[in-house]
Write a protein that binds this ligand. Structure first.
Ligand code: C2O
Length: 607
């Protein structure tokens, strides 16, 4: 098994190895001349759709057309030297009480170039040196509430659409060193996600806002400021972003306004095959082996994925929000993403251009903020956070001190740096924005049993007629873990308690934990988890036997370890396994752009 000894959070050595990205002042910055979208080193961009040209008003002071002018330099040599001599041992539970402090991230002065694949990228914000960082204040209660509407419906309103396009164009036309510019807004995500930052209170530790409870609040603030900047640029305090309503059949395609190649909302770095009028987002996307489904089948699968991640698989906070992440936590240990994050991951891979090594734009966190769709996608994630809190018991925000006081830095609509705390974003109405109410067609989704006769024969059920002929599932003993997940693997896992009463089930969830998932951060890896299922014909998301999926969206180049937590309380009842001592858990690799190792599988009861 690969050792993690050489992969650690950014250390002092690393900070020294990477000189701070020079921040040019407006006066010294050479004018950027851009004749085409992204001067990219990859060079094999598809030409099937016309590149975007933005013409900025030359009489306006801010007339530099954007997209970005990154010229990534290969710094592979430095990357390889990254962790030399590091000794931090990775454990899967680094959150000891002694370390309990809120993440106060990041240290801007220690910002370094971000990594993706074997390249590095300039993603640090303009320097805060000498600038007073203000604490965030909620907007005044007299401000109008911005109402976010579904993109596919909002786009039918020509007045609003014109505002949105004008605002994005104005953002693209701001000079690149304005923190509100298109380039700088995209860099916010890059810096927080691709290894540019260290934690302000522990500069030996990197900062990562995915794979933990920081995921929802970070992205809420991110699009909050982005929306207010857009409103400010067109002088409209009511301006609201749309959201990509992919949890409703009508909202599953990319909305037309983003596909118009002449529009500032267009981004050429997308998978062209997914911008056809008939393409529906696949929330169970397997990249090179996309499932062939009819429209109705795709809608059903998407509803099932939403149901699994919002309802049955995330009855409690830890499974929905993700792991508790405090200052001192080593960043290569991303303890676990929540189902809110798992639900949102496939859209990144599906939208990005998979013919590019790094999957730009949406398919890598370093570049995803360059696509206007990113903010619209995250609008829906943000909306579903609210929805989750309304659909069952135990569905509250964390009230942990270290959650409420975790903080981030953003530039506001006036280009002033502000420090925000999680506790101020838990009620979006106080932030003066809200969502138009939408039906939740997935809310009472009815899953069905796997149809395979093998399943019935081996695991019981009405169809168990030919039990004698059924091939046995080949089990890998848990003692053979850790193992490389390069083929389908089934293990028998003991349950902490069987035959639980309804009251016991309500008091404690039964949670399946695939732990010690080790992979390279910049690789797409996806595997599905099914229970008591036929390994030769594993079930999809709409079946009882399907528990969930792991999917890594490429980000920084570090190796890391994480866990997948899936609530299987309902699943166990659905498959008739309440009285079983053990469950057969099958891991099904679906995408492997890099190796993945699994340390083990266990079942826990959780309050
Ligand atoms: Cu920070 Cu959708 O990712």
């Amino acid at each position: 098994m690969a050792s993690f000894a050489s992969f650690t959070a950014p250390s002092a050595a690393r900070t020294a190895a990477y000189p701070k990205t020079p921040q040019l002042s407006a006066a010294t910055k050479p004018p950027t001349h851009i004749s085409h979208h992204y001067s990219s080193p990859a060079g094999h961009r598809r030409r099937t759709r016309q590149p975007l040209h933005i013409t900025c008003d030359s009489t306006a002071p801010n007339n530099t057309p954007v997209p970005d002018n990154h010229s990534p330099t290969s710094r592979r040599d430095l990357l390889l030297g990254l962790g030399a001599g590091a000794t931090t041992a990775l454990t899967l539970d680094p959150f000891s009480a002694a370390l309990a402090r809120p993440v106060r991230g990041p240290s801007i002065e220690a910002c370094v170039r971000a990594t993706a694949g074997d390249q590095t990228f300039a993603c640090c914000p303009p320097s805060f040196a000498g600038v007073d960082i203000q604490d965030f204040q909620l907007p005044s209660a007299s401000e109008p509430v911005r109402i976010r509407r579904p993109a596919h419906l909002a786009g039918l309103d020509p007045v609003w659409l014109d505002k949105y396009k004008r605002a994005i164009k104005a953002m693209r036309c701001l000079p690149n060193d304005d923190p509100r510019s298109y380039v700088q807004q995209a860099r916010v995500h890059c810096a927080y996600c691709n290894g540019a930052y260290v934690q302000a209170d522990d500069t030996n530790k990197g900062l990562q806002i995915h794979y933990s409870w920081l995921f929802l609040p970070f992205h809420r603030y991110y699009i909050y400021f982005y929306e207010r900047i857009l409103g400010k640029l067109i002088d409209d305090p009511t301006f609201a972003l749309p959201f990509w309503n992919w949890d409703h059949e009508d909202g599953m395609p990319i909305a037309d306004m983003f596909k118009d190649t002449e529009s500032p909302l267009y981004d050429p770095l997308r998978n062209p095959a997914h911008q056809l009028p008939t393409s529906l987002l696949d929330l169970d996307y397997n990249k090179r082996q996309p499932a062939v489904r009819t429209k109705d089948e795709q809608v059903r699968v998407n509803y099932a994925v939403v149901y699994n991640n919002m309802v049955s698989g995330a009855k409690r906070r830890l499974e929905f929000f993700g792991a508790k992440y405090r200052t001192g936590s080593a960043v290569p240990v991303r303890q676990s993403s929540g189902s809110c994050e798992n639900l949102h991951n496939p859209a990144h891979i599906w939208v990005g251009d998979s013919s590019r090594a790094l999957g730009e734009d949406m398919g890598n966190f370093y570049s995803s903020g360059r696509d206007p769709l990113f903010y619209v996608h995250h609008g829906n994630v943000d909306r579903l956070w609210n929805v989750w809190k309304t659909i069952g018991k135990f569905r509250f925000d964390f009230d942990d001190y270290d959650y409420l006081n975790a903080s981030f830095l953003f530039y506001d609509e006036n280009a002033k740096p502000v420090r925000v705390k999680v506790k101020d974003c838990l009620d979006n109405k106080l932030m003066r924005y809200d969502y138009e109410e939408r039906p939740l067609p997935w809310r009472n989704f009815q899953k069905t049993p796997a149809s395979s006769a093998t399943v019935a024969n081996i695991f019981g059920g009405e169809k168990a007629a030919n039990a004698a002929e059924a091939p046995a599932v080949e089990l890998t003993p848990l003692t053979e873990f850790p193992l490389a997940l390069d083929s389908v693997v089934s293990v028998s896992v003991a349950r902490p308690k069987k035959s639980r009463s309804a009251a016991e089930k309500e008091a404690q969830s039964e949670v399946l934990v695939v732990y010690g998932i080790e992979l390279q951060g910049d690789k797409v890896v996806k595997f599905d988890v099914v229970v008591n299922d036929d390994p030769a014909n594993p079930s999809g998301p709409d079946k009882f036997e399907y528990a969930g999926s792991f999917l890594n969206v490429p980000h920084d180049s570090m190796k890391f370890a994480t866990n997948l937590r899936l609530d299987i309380t309902d699943l166990v009842g659905d498959i008739g396994a309440d009285d079983d001592d053990e469950l057969v858990v099958t891991l099904v690799p679906r995408v492997a752009d890099g190796p993945v190792t699994i340390a083990g599988v266990r079942i826990e009861l959780q309050n």
